[in-house]
Design a protein around this ligand. Structure first.
Ligand SMILES: Cc1cc2nc3c(=O)[nH]c(=O)nc-3n(C[C@H](O)[C@H](O)[C@H](O)COP(=O)(O)OP(=O)(O)OC[C@H]3O[C@@H](n4cnc5c(N)ncnc54)[C@H](O)[C@@H]3O)c2cc1C
Length: 389
């Protein structure tokens, strides 16, 4: 077992999930979060069955199941014709096949589950207003360096500090994240604002040329999550910037009026220009390792970034409970890097071949997807949803 407490940089879903995983296995940790308050943005998140498997291993399975909405299918619509292309059923057959459900949740509520569990556990120490700028390490300990000049020591340091990770910058010194040029606008609307004939119990994707729309219900059916994305070659990263309705409309003038209706009902839109990275083999250096978006930021097109962070937390807590450092961190890296690389690369490919194609490319997508039976879909998704970390 790791010979001392674990220092975790970042109190997002990944950092808190790790703290809970470690606490479950009798390992103490301190979470250093740079923000003044621990929280998440007010938007939705989709969770595959692999996330529920991780919730159980992290000790929050019952709480996560309580707040989830169990959508009946993944539905793909043609944004140009408003016709349905195909759907993947997520009901009893899906749950029996993968041993867990597919669900949608509010991010703040999900983060809140981990936060309450961490607050209630003696082995987790939470600190806010603690921005990590880098680290130092020796043979037996390491320390997170804070912008205040303070050093926070432990037996290991885990960089769960997201896309712009300072821990990663020092460890790998690699180029900045790749700016995809895809602009995503998010809005959460009250359920009454959603047209009645679109209040589907589905994680629904409308795919169109260089654009797409996603919607699903949230928070016990009191709200709908809207995410609409426009591939406009935006040159610089943006995260959570409020934008005018007019700007959102611009990217969707070419799609079917029924799909445009979804843009019209959005309110208080916020913009993200999405970034990812190429996969890397190395996520650790001595007593320091990376987790979640710090290690493997990805496009959202497989809805797996947070799910992968949860899996990381399970594997890393197992490794730290079973092995000394640095062997534990090397074991974690070798168990995780290829699986997450596959999701990073397939997420990009999904954007190109499922979300944004046009013309013959879109026709081919429709034919290939419509040719699949439910059993074919479940077989194709087995490596992702059926894995037990
Ligand atoms: C539009 C969109 C839709 C998505 N949809 C899904 C989905 O449906 N399903 C899914 O599984 N994933 C989805 N994702 C991906 C998911 O949001 C991320 O992969 C996940 O939030 C990563 O969690 P994390 O804890 O690794 O990083 P983050 O959530 O980025 O958390 C990092 C934390 O570290 C803190 N921090 C940063 N720097 C420092 C520092 N220097 N010192 C201390 N603290 C620091 C931050 O304040 C933050 O609290 C989506 C992403 C986007 C953009």
């Amino acid at each position: 077992m790791v010979d001392g407490r674990v220092v975790i940089a970042g109190g997002g879903i990944g950092g808190l999930a790790l703290a809970m995983g470690l606490a479950q296995r009798g390992v103490a940790s301190i979470v250093l979060e740079k923000a003044a308050h621990l929280g998440e943005i007010g938007a939705g998140i989709q969770l595959g069955p692999n996330a529920f498997h991780a919730f159980d291993r992290l000790g929050v399975g019952a709480a996560a199941r309580d707040l989830a909405i169990y959508v009946e299918d993944l539905r793909l619509m043609d944004a140009m014709t408003a016709d349905e292309i195909c759907r993947i059923p997520l009901g009893e057959g899906f749950r029996a096949h993968f041993g867990n459900p597919y669900a949608v949740v509010h991010r703040g509520e999900l983060h809140g589950i981990f936060l309450r569990a961490c607050e209630a556990h003696d082995l987790v120490d939470l600190r806010t207003g603690a921005a990590v700028t880098g680290y130092e390490q020796g043979a037996k300990t390491c320390a997170a360096l804070l912008d205040s000049g303070e050093r926070v020591e432990g037996a290991a340091l885990i960089g769960a500090d997201g896309l712009w990770s300072r821990v990663r910058a020092q460890m790998l010194g690699d180029v900045p994240p790749r700016v995809s040029g895809h602009s995503s606008y998010r809005s959460v609307i009250p359920v009454e604002a959603m047209p009645k004939d679109l209040r589907w119990n589905a994680a629904c994707l409308w795919a169109g040329p260089k654009c797409h729309l996603v919607h699903y219900p949230l928070s016990d059916w009191t709200a709908f999550n809207l995410v609409v994305t426009y591939h406009n070659d935006a040159p610089a990263p943006v995260a959570g910037q409020p934008v005018a309705h007019e700007e959102v409309r611009k990217g969707f003038t070419h799609i079917h009026p029924r799909a445009q209706e979804i843009i019209e009902i959005g309110r208080d839109w916020k913009l993200w220009v999405l970034c990812d990275r190429n996969p890397v083999r190395r996520w650790c250096e001595g007593r320091v390792a990376l987790l979640g978006d710090a290690a493997h930021p990805m496009m959202q097109y497989m809805a797996q970034g947070a799910c992968m962070a949860l899996e990381d937390a399970v594997v890393l807590s197992d490794c730290l409970a079973e092995n000394p450092v640095p062997e534990a961190l090397q074991a974690y890296e070798s168990k995780r890097y290829q699986r997450t690389a596959r999701v990073q690369l397939q997420s990009r490919a999904m954007g190109d071949h499922v979300y944004h194609p046009e013309g013959a490319h879109a026709d081919l997508r429709d034919s290939l997807m419509q040719a699949k039976s439910t059993a074919d879909w479940y077989a194709a998704l087995g490596w992702l949803y059926g894995a037990r970390v």
